[in-house]
Design a protein around this ligand. Structure first.
Ligand SMILES: [Ca+2]
Length: 132
């Protein structure tokens, strides 16, 4: 029954899959900290692309809602250098041209509707996309 449920979600593009991960959105909006919290509450974590395929899987929701989403990537202690939330080095990046350009002022990362990334302040209201 769970498999059937997943198949229906997949068919309706309520979930996308890549790299063994499932991505989904509840269609709600939140700032970065609240997005991290909501995804954890749901038993997952904030969407964190580690490959072009995973980036596309997240982009599906950004495009469908025609808005931006925060990613599970944050500035390190070095201004302008970004890393995964656990401190690990990024394995893949898809920065918009000339980004990141926040010079330390933009500690979070948002995905644009073309799938590219921009460093941004963490207090914007963006689409919640989680991974499981
Ligand atoms: Ca920026």
């Amino acid at each position: 029954e769970l498999l059937l449920h997943l198949a229906v979600l997949r068919l309706n593009k309520m979930i996308t899959e890549s790299g063994g991960k499932i991505f989904t959105s509840n269609g709600k909006y939140a700032d970065f900290d609240a997005t991290v919290e909501k995804c954890q509450e749901a038993g997952g974590s904030i969407a964190t692309p580690r490959s072009p395929g995973e980036n596309d899987a997240i982009l599906h929701f950004v495009k469908t809602h025609n808005t931006y989403a925060y990613l599970g990537i944050k500035q390190s202690l070095i201004p302008g250098k970004f890393q995964f939330l656990n401190g690990a080095q990024l394995s893949y990046t898809n920065w918009y041209s000339n980004e990141p350009a926040g010079k330390g002022e933009e500690e979070c990362v948002e995905m644009y509707t073309d799938g590219t990334w921009n460093d941004k302040r963490c207090n914007k209201n963006h689409l919640i996309v989680c991974q499981f």
